[in-house]
Design a protein around this ligand. Structure first.
Ligand SMILES: Nc1ncnc2c1ncn2[C@@H]1O[C@H](COP(=O)(O)OP(=O)(O)O)[C@@H](O)[C@H]1O
Ligand SMILES: [Mg+2]
Length: 359
């Protein structure tokens, strides 16, 4: 199972330019999380701080009880082995075949025999659906296939934490949908902790268990997906709906006068550039492809979110309960006979009289 990553009070600047400050969030073990943010808000910088490639001035990143911001080089080296990273540009070597690219970390970091190296690399290529492309050069395959190759390479050292930097960048919506499904399928098969950084709204709506957003040099929110997806917070709602009206501007934030003028325009019925109706609310989360095991994370998350339920805003709480009800009903229907709706062993028992106390 993947490990938890606990980020506390993290701040990062370059010289006198602050990138973000006081970021605290926990990536729950084995769950999928998405960090949203407009371009240039420091998402890639955040990922680099998580794996110790950049050093934040303040705060901690604790994994397995060790803070990798303040540990020795040798410890950092060991902790880094827990991570598999899909970099934004794929970062493949152009002159090496896809297979050799995927073999590369094994040749660098392990003493496996050449036949074992190739066996493992081929296995990961199969896992990402690239079995037939091993002899191709990165330049000979599509952007979506390059992302998959980068992902296969990120998997060869059996990471417990997988970081994906804009896995959707440069992909069309269909390729993005396939990649989203692949990430959910990998989570079901590997049970690794996954963090995806993106500004893609569809990915944010359909993939993660947890969702957060970086804006104005701060983490606006981070929590169960329902919290952001039902949020009235202006930046969050603007971003999730791809609207022009709101605090996010062309270059950076807008001043209050501009915002007031826009509100006037909106009242007058001026089109604000959104793709259509606001898509408020919580879209169904992707499920593993039929035939794959269910995601263990779903069961663990359910217990975790039930414990934090009293602390959630009303709309998020209602949405969480509705999704658990649906899941229970589906499960009950599948595993008749149905008497009451039992949660997982030791978990909350939705549908029982006890349900009232969460409302
Ligand atoms: N190594 C670096 N040195 C100085 N500035 C950097 C460095 N890396 C990133 N930045 C700056 O940090 C800001 C955030 O960058 P980045 O994390 O790439 O944003 P995002 O991934 O959200 O688009 C940008 O203004 C960028 O120029
Ligand atoms: Mg980036």
């Amino acid at each position: 199972m993947g490990v938890e990553v606990a980020v506390q009070g993290l701040s990062k600047s370059f010289g006198r330019t602050p990138i973000w400050r006081d970021v605290s969030l926990t990536l729950p073990a084995g769950e999928v999380s998405v960090l949203l943010g407009p371009s240039g808000t420091g998402k890639s910088v955040f990922l680099k701080c998580l794996i110790g490639l950049l050093k934040p001035e303040r705060g901690s990143v604790v994994i397995d009880g060790t803070d990798l911001v303040h540990c020795r080089e040798s410890t950092l080296y060991r902790l880094r082995r827990l991570f598999g990273v899909l970099f934004q540009d794929g970062a493949l070597f152009g002159s090496m075949s896809v297979l050799d690219n995927v073999c590369f970390p094994l040749r660098e970091h392990t003493r496996e025999s050449e036949s074992e190296v190739r066996r493992i690399a081929r296995e990961k290529l199969e896992l990402v659906g690239l079995g037939g492309a091993e002899d191709k050069l990165p330049g000979e395959i599509s952007g979506g296939m390059r992302k998959r190759a980068g992902l296969a390479r990120a998997l060869v050292l059996e990471p417990e934490i997988i970081l994906c930097d804009e896995p959707d960048s440069g992909l069309d919506p269909v390729r993005t949908a396939y990649l989203s499904q692949l990430l959910i399928d990998l989570n079901a098969q590997l049970d690794a902790t996954i963090l995806i950084v993106t500004h893609n709204i569809t990915v944010a709506r359909t993939v993660p268990d947890n969702l957060g957003m970086l804006f104005r040099r701060e983490l606006v929110m981070f929590g169960p997906r329902e919290v952001l997806l039902t949020s009235d917070e202006p930046v969050v709602a603007q971003f999730l709906n791809g609207r022009r009206f709101g605090p996010i501007g062309m270059s950076e934030e807008k001043d209050t006068a501009t915002m007031a003028a826009e509100r006037e325009q909106a009242r007058a019925g001026h089109n604000d550039g959104a793709s259509g109706e606001d898509v408020r609310g919580v879209a169904p989360q992707l499920e593993p492809t039929p035939g794959l095991p269910p995601r263990d994370a779903v069961r663990r998350r359910r217990e975790r979110v039930m414990r934090m339920l009293p602390t959630l805003p009303d709309a998020a709480r209602r949405s969480v309960l509705a999704s658990f009800d649906t899941a229970s009903a589906t499960r009950t229907a599948e595993t008749a006979p149905a008497h009451g709706v039992a949660g997982p062993a030791g978990g909350p028992n939705l549908g029982s009289p006890g349900e009232e106390r969460w409302r």
